[in-house]
Design a protein around this ligand. Sequence first.
Ligand SMILES: [Zn+2]
Length: 263
Amino acid sequence: MTPSIIDTHTHPFDAAFDDDRTEVMARAAEAGIATMICPAIDSASHDSLFALCDSYPDMCRPAMGLHPTSVNDNPDWRNELDIVASYISNACNRRFYAIGEVGLDFYWSRNWQKEQTEAFEAQVCLSLEHNLPLIIHTRDAWPEMLDVLRTFKGRGVRGIMHAFSGTWDDYLAVKECGDFLFGIGGVLTYKKSTLPDILCRLPLDDIVLETDAPYLPPVPFRGKRNEPSYIVYTCRKAAEAKGVSETEMAATTTANACRMFGL
Ligand SMILES: [Zn+2]
């Protein structure tokens, strides 16, 4: 029997699934995915996120947040933050399971570093205010992201480091700031990935699995569209790297995710 798995970071509401969403969700259920955490990007995707969560209320649990790249070149980003805050304050009578995805991303440009940082800080405050975990996206911004987290150290800050690909020192630095788990995705299966070495050292209780579908598909689907059911390939590889059975990997990461998201 396939053990149940939680995809802690996935976007099945993305337009990439508009033509075959029903089949994609059926394959996810068949693969043993009991729950998916679906992080928001910005207001352009809220309607499709809510429609998905209404169609699959047991399976799809929404997170609400403003993605750092949606701050770039967006004169309306403060308004976007207000929308996030109003949803979290129950304006739509919905339960959100996390603040996400939020963070810093300087891959495309550093021109909006100040704005991204302000948006990130505001959303960390929101997570503390509402006692919700964060889903943190970090790309080409590890030192800056840690600087922000350190200012919240000792205040109960917690959440998931989405698509973790940092070093052992990064891991230690994050753990010092609060209660954090580390999202492991398809990158783990890539030939040149250094993730298997880091994963060896991460305690099993600090790991959760994710797809980030439609992005970052695991081998053998590299270059194609990712989907939640492919999480079993990441689970298999993670189990191999940790020297545990797939069943244990699925069960432990599921328990970790349940604890963090209050499922
Ligand atoms: Zn994402």
